[in-house]
Write a protein of this length. Structure first.
Length: 351
């Protein structure tokens, strides 16, 4: 038996292939029928050839769906449960999980990649996914959600949790002034996260009208389209001659980090969550001289999922609006091409 799944064969070569049926390889596994997945900006690194592609492999790490089968040691889930899957699986029990850094679980790993012990993990852009350590990884909703809520639930698998982590890392709180560098789905969710945490002023750096519009609806008070020195000058002018209390770096390039550091005030903080394939470096003398704090990394989305889920379910936030297009799974190649060309912000894939 086979199922359909997205496979990255080589840079620029995305196909939807027949792959083996999922199996319960361990007693703590669950099999999830995927109802919605999506393409992430970090998926584009391999698609663009920026990161190496070592032969064909399943891809994708964001999904929601319905539990189909569980191993005998799964205690918190039952077939029929609707679940949100963080992009990184985690056992929930190791020292790093207990410290709230589930994305660094000693037995964990990203869907579509391998675990730290070398086991291959299913890519999420598929009809079904095997989820190791299902109790530690998956978060179920209280009931089967309305279809209209699915995009926001899907955003909790990565982009909303990652944007929230950027804001937490930068110390955003009531009254903060905030700059968000990056207008992709993570950057837009970071705007929403900063507003949720009570920021008084949020400057979104964006050159695209559709993204500027959504950033404003998510809580941005100002838009800066300039980049580099001109962008930093514009930020300082908006904030009365100083930088922001908090800057959220949501891209991962050398240029975006330089923009972030040029936009933060002395004594302020930068929260960085952009996947660093673009070669950013930290100028320690600049950080030292201006007392700039910096924190971030791979977001421990599982840690934040319960509180963000509650806000989605009660309608406090609607992060699913970052999804501006939808494709059947068999058109995954089109979704990648359209996201790569910035024709769309973030596409949903429907198996």
């Amino acid at each position: 038996m086979t199922i359909r799944a997205t496979v990255l064969h080589a840079p620029g070569d995305i196909r939807v292939d027949d792959v083996p049926d999922p199996v319960l390889g361990h007693s703590t596994d669950a099999i999830v029928r995927v109802t919605a997945a999506c393409v992430c900006g970090s998926d584009l690194w391999g698609y663009r050839g920026v990161s190496p592609v070592d032969g064909p492999h399943r891809i994708g790490h964001e999904f929601v769906g319905v539990v189909e089968e569980t191993g005998p040691e799964v205690n918190t889930l039952r077939p029929g449960d609707f679940v949100v899957a963080p992009f990184a699986m985690s056992d929930g029990d190791c020292v790093n999980c207990r410290n709230g850094v589930q994305s660094s679980c000693v037995r964990g790993g990203l869907f579509g990649s391998t675990t730290r012990t070398g086991e291959r993990l299913d890519g999420a852009q598929a009809q079904y996914v095997t989820v190791p350590f299902a109790d530690g990884t998956l978060v179920k909703t209280p009931a089967m959600p309305d279809e209209a809520m699915v995009p926001s639930l899907l955003s909790l698998s990565d982009v909303m949790g990652t944007g929230h982590f950027a804001a937490i890392s930068a110390g955003v709180g009531p009254g903060s002034t905030v700059v968000v560098v990056g207008d992709g789905a993570v950057g837009l969710c970071a705007v929403l996260a900063a507003a949720r945490l009570g920021a008084a002023r949020i400057i979104a750096m964006s050159r695209h009208a559709d993204r500027q519009h959504l950033a404003t609806e998510f809580g941005a008070t100002d838009i800066v389209a300039a980049r580099g020195e001109d962008g930093a000058t514009a930020v300082l002018e908006l904030l009365g001659g100083t930088g922001a209390d908090a800057v959220l770096e949501c891209v991962g390039t050398k240029e975006s980090m330089e923009q972030a550091l040029a936009s933060v005030r002395p004594g302020g903080r930068v929260g960085y969550v952009g996947v660093p394939y673009g070669g950013p470096e930290l100028p320690v003398p600049q950080l030292f001289t201006a007392n700039i704090g910096i924190a971030g990394g791979i977001a421990p989305v599982r840690l934040y999922l319960p509180e963000l889920l509650a806000d989605v379910l009660d309608g406090t936030i609607d992060p699913g609006r970052v999804f501006d297009s939808e494709y059947p799974l068999d058109r995954a190649a089109d979704a990648y091409a359209d996201m790569d060309s910035r024709k769309v912000i973030k596409p949903i894939l429907r198996p």
